[in-house]
Design a protein around this ligand. Sequence first.
Ligand code: AHR
Length: 339
Amino acid sequence: MLSYKRWIGAFLVLVLILTCFACGNIGMHQDETEENSDLIVVGFSQPGAESAWRVALTDSVKEAFTEEKGYKLIYKDGQSKQDNQIRDIRKFIQQGVDYIILCPIVETGWDTVLSEAKQAGIPVIICDRNVVVSNESLYTAFVGSDFKAEGEKAIARMEELYPESIEGEGPEVNILHIQGTLGSSAQLGRSHALEKALEEHTNWHILAQDCGEFTKAKSREIMKRFLEEVNIRDVDVIYCENDEEAFGAMAALNEAGLGYGKDTNLRIISFDATESALEFCMSGQIDLVVECNPLQGPYLYNIIEMLNDDKTVPKITYVDENYFTSENLSSEIIQRRKY
Ligand code: AHR
């Protein structure tokens, strides 16, 4: 038989256990409430983190969709593989997100997964690079860069640098071309502008071309190989399809003890206009940086807010973009740079 005191003790232990259970249940209930809260859920699929530019884009989107503003952002990094991005979008659909933001690694191959999102009634906003699909109703809107226009800015600069060579006459202009990820809008638009210029200016030539995958490491390797294949004295322009590739090319030239930029005949052209590239541009090592604006979060936020209010959104929104040479750059511009 238990004594009276032991009965009291056992009773208190029971009360304690029940209290713990109750607390646990309350905790679970609170978590569920959080899951079911009024936050608008946005799934955000990025192709990877290959450049400082892309990290700036990720940060811009994260800053735009915060809980304080009523959003829950689910960010997924595709590790540079389209299959991973497709898998991430399918997961967003299963989770029943309210919106999907997709930065597609390449333009094609999205029809099936975008049809699945459409069937599930989830609006998809394409961001940064574009998609080519059988039916444009598969996505709601595009926000990003006009890559052809970016390429045309680079060509306009080259025409300015070599005015006597643009009629198919005059001295030859020899180019090394380091391309971005093949099949991405950024590569296609920037390469297209150069290819078109080569058709128009028959004395412009590409001496060597390869894909640097928008990374410094790959482009450094490529540039090292180019230096074995071509006589660098014959080269006028290294056309790099982003800043990381320009940094890779510069690293290879530095290692080989070769000069470039101001006071030489070898000019580097780049795209993005990150703070580091602008510094190289101001000091004359890079001739031109065409801006590719990664601060797209506020644009996406406006589109989604309009959709929340059942407003019609523009199908295409191009972000504002400029270009820089040592002539229009200043330290103030570089200091104000957010990426
Ligand atoms: O799609 C935009 C391009 O992708 C940027 O030029 C590059 O830096 C990024 O990786």
